[in-house]
Design a protein around this ligand. Structure first.
Ligand SMILES: Cc1cc2nc3c(=O)[nH]c(=O)nc-3n(C[C@H](O)[C@H](O)[C@H](O)COP(=O)(O)O)c2cc1C
Length: 167
C-alpha cells in the first residue's frame, strides 16, 4: 500500500463529509513519541496566504499535549473505512493504551511527521496558530450544549505542506 503526493488543486474530496462521515486520525509527535485520536470535526481552507487545516481539540485529550509540543501534525482521512479501529482511537486514551498496537493500524513516517498508513488521504501540516474557543463569543445558543464540562476546544491551524493519497 503506497501513497503518491498530490497538489491541493488535485484534491477531489468533499471537505465537510471527509470529516463528518469519513472520520480521520489526528496525529502529533515524532517517530520516537507520538499520539493519535479520532476527529470528525475539522476544516480545510485558506488563511494568511496558506492552504490550511483546522482541527478542534479539547484540552483534556492526550493528543492536545502532542499538538502543543509538536511543530507538525497530520490528519489521516479514512473515507468511512476502519470504523472499529477509529472508534477505539476515539474512545480510549493514549495515556492508557498503545492504540496502534491494540487496533493493528500502522504508523508511518514522513520526515518528522507521523501519519496512519491505513488511511486514504493524509494531510501533513505545519502548525501556524492556535486559538481557544470562548463561550462569550458563541452566537448560536445550542453550541454551549456541546460543553457540559466547559471543555472548550482549542483550534489548531496548520499550513498543509504535503498531501498524500493512496494509490
Ligand atoms: C467519531 C469521533 C470523533 C471525534 N472527534 C473529536 C474532535 O474533533 N475533537 C476532540 O477533541 N475529540 C474528538 N473525539 C474524541 C477523542 O477522539 C477521544 O476523546 C480520544 O479518546 C482522545 O484520545 P487521546 O486522549 O489519546 O488524545 C472524537 C471521537 C470520535 C469517536
Amino acid at each position: 500500500m503506497s501513497f503518491r503526493e498530490i497538489t491541493i488543486e488535485e484534491l477531489n474530496v468533499n471537505p465537510v463529509t471527509m470529516f463528518s462521515e469519513g472520520w480521520a486520525l489526528l496525529t502529533a509527535g515524532d517517530k520516537s513519541d507520538f499520539n493519535a485520536m479520532t476527529v470528525s470535526w475539522g476544516a480545510i481552507g485558506e488563511i494568511w496566504g496558506k492552504h490550511s487545516m483546522f482541527v478542534f481539540v479539547r484540552p483534556q485529550r492526550y493528543t492536545h499535549d502532542y499538538c502543543e509540543k509538536s511543530d507538525l501534525f497530520t490528519v489521516s482521512c479514512f473515507n468511512s473505512k476502519c470504523r472499529k479501529e477509529l472508534s477505539f482511537f476515539g474512545s480510549k486514551s493514549g495515556r492508557d493504551y498503545d492504540k496502534f498496537k491494540e487496533t493493528g493500524l500502522t504508523a508511518a513516517y514522513d520526515g518528522d511527521s507521523v501519519y496512519c498508513e491505513d488511511a486514504e488521504i493524509v494531510f501533513i501540516c505545519r502548525k501556524t496558530a492556535k486559538t481557544a474557543l470562548q463561550p462569550d463569543n458563541f452566537y448560536s445558543a445550542d453550541i454551549e450544549g456541546c460543553y457540559s464540562a466547559k471543555d472548550y476546544h482549542d483550534i489548531y491551524v496548520g499550513e498543509i505542506v504535503k498531501i498524500l493519497v493512496k494509490e
